[in-house]
Design a protein. Structure first.
Length: 182
């Protein structure tokens, strides 16, 4: 999975690819996202244990379940991760979709990598799952992710009021989606 858009310019000098997560990747994720400055102000929820993620990697490679992860590379270097989680709008067996999330290392933000990685993940999910809908939520103040989502083909659907507890306060979230037919 690589960025094959025509007209990629200097800011797109490196291809963006998704690949299965390795144990070494998890070590790097833990190091990069260990404190509030690592994931940034919109993704720091406090210290959390990594044991469950390591067990999922050992058992199923972080693939093929309701919570999944791939590593994001740019120019062959590890730069972050994308995740997709099963969500439902009614009965899970008939009304589920994927919700995606992304975490890039601080040094690689603001260069279009996140937009391309999210687009790659959507293409992957539509090619390899029966999903009709892929959605994402982001903080109402996270302008960079809102722009990335829109550039990746997502459409704003609305605001979910006081939905996320983070940094000692409730935060509104914006929900975006892309449909297989878009």
């Amino acid at each position: 999975m690589t960025d094959t858009r025509a007209g990629a310019g200097a800011s797109d000098a490196h291809e963006v690819a998704l690949r299965p997560v390795t144990a070494a990747d998890l070590d790097r994720f833990e190091a990069e996202f260990a404190g509030p400055e690592g994931p940034g102000p919109y993704q720091w929820y406090g210290h959390t244990p990594a044991l469950r993620t390591r067990q999922a990697l050992a058992e199923r490679g972080l693939l093929g379940g309701d919570e999944n992860m791939l590593s994001v590379t740019s120019g062959g270097a590890l730069v972050g991760r994308v995740e997709w989680l099963r969500r439902s709008w009614g009965r899970a067996d008939t009304s589920s979709c994927w919700e995606i999330a992304i975490g890039l290392f601080a040094a690689h933000r603001g260069r279009g990598i996140g937009t391309r990685a999210q687009r790659e993940l959507v293409e992957y999910l539509f090619a390899h799952t029966r999903a009709e809908r892929v959605q994402l939520c982001t903080d109402a103040d996270n302008i960079a992710e809102q722009r990335a989502a829109e550039k990746a083909g997502f459409e704003l659907e609305g605001r979910i009021r006081r939905a996320q507890w983070r940094a000692g306060a409730w935060h509104d979230q914006l929900i975006y989606s892309v449909l297989r037919t878009d």
